[in-house]
Design a protein around this ligand. Structure first.
Ligand code: R1P
Ligand code: URA
Length: 315
């Protein structure tokens, strides 16, 4: 992004590209499939009806927009972590008019010995697990917990059901005997290591009993990864803004009054109890058919016609 930027509150280039994704209106569809890994995005983009529009930003975000079953969909590779998901949802929102439907497809670790490597989980809700920074830096906080666990926030119920059904049906025709679960809670952590209970002699992480404590405190928790809570949380904030947009308590006119519907499917790469980790061959096979189940869900999901953006590079 070499161009001059305008407006420090929400920076864009003179030709209206958002600062980190490098995209502008017309390049992003209302339906989004979000992944972490750029190879996964490239592979999924092979399912488009014809060659898609592609853009890689200076910050490493990759976007493929094309038609799948005749419907415009954007596949985005964002990298990892809460802040990557924050950039994606906020900046893509600024590039799209109308309702947005966002599915995240990612990998995760399993906390449940019955949900082994190769299993699929479509979490109904997600909580955040973050370092309690003051615990580590200030002795006055040493009687607190070293990690903070938020209350769960929900997926969009209709999108969640549609995604779960599609994954379950596709799973039924695969030859995997791994589990396919749709009713559990995800814990999204601010680190792959400390806040996911991975111990490391190089750091004072105080996380020896963290996994047990997550399982104790979060009923029905089954997976650990790093983005789903931020996605569900931002969809919640957008929908709250949508509901309140007439209220005089809001200080500014909303940039967008449209809803965001979000859901996620997670492929179990790591079984934390047994320490098993998935093989590259299994990953390739799994993400192929799970990816198609996500694209099927997005293309078939109803968006009110008045909300769907008509003009884009897909026309
Ligand atoms: C860590 O290896 C990464 O894998 C998971 C985590 O959320 C984290 O981003 O998701 P992805 O497979 O989508 O990257
Ligand atoms: N992604 C994570 O964040 N954690 C795991 O254990 C596996 C994938």
């Amino acid at each position: 992004m070499k161009d001059k930027l305008e407006d420090a509150n929400f920076p864009r280039t003179a030709d209206k590209r958002v600062y980190h994704l490098g995209l502008r209106k017309g390049e992003v569809a209302n339906r989004l499939l979000v992944v972490g890994d750029s190879g996964r995005a490239r592979m999924l983009a092979e399912n488009f009806d014809s060659a898609p529009f592609q853009l890689r930003s200076d910050r490493g975000f990759e976007c493929y927009t094309g038609l799948y079953n005749g419907k415009p969909i954007s596949i985005l590779a964002i990298g990892m972590g809460f802040s990557a998901m924050d950039f994606l949802v906020r900046e893509a929102r600024a590039c799209v008019d109308g309702e947005m439907v966002i599915v995240r497809m990612g990998s995760c670790g399993s906390l449940d010995p019955n949900i082994g490597v190769g299993s699929l989980v479509t979490p109904l809700s997600a909580c955040a697990v973050t370092s309690n920074y003051d615990y580590f830096t200030d002795d006055d906080y040493s009687d607190q917990e070293p990690y903070l666990i938020s209350r769960p926030v929900n997926a969009d119920p209709e999108l969640h059901s549609a995604l779960f059904e599609n994954v379950k049906n596709a799973h039924g025709v695969s030859d995997s005997d791994a589990a396919c679960v749709g009713h559990t809670v995800n814990a999204s952590a601010d680190s792959f290591y400390s806040s996911q209970g991975r111990t490391d002699p190089s750091f004072y992480d105080a996380n020896d009993t963290l996994l047990e404590s997550i399982v104790d405190k979060v009923p029905n928790v089954s997976t650990l990864e790093m983005e789903t809570h931020q996605l569900y949380f931002l969809a919640h904030l957008a929908n709250k803004r949508h509901l309140l947009h007439d209220s005089t308590t809001l200080d500014a006119a909303p940039a967008s009054q449209s809803k965001i519907r979000a859901a996620a499917v997670q492929m179990v790469f790591a079984a934390r109890a047994s320490r098993a980790f998935i093989s590259p061959a299994q990953v390739k096979q799994l993400q192929n058919w799970v990816g198609r189940a996500c694209l099927d869900t997005l293309s078939a999901f109803f968006i009110p016609p008045s909300e769907v953006q008509q003009d884009g590079i897909w026309n």
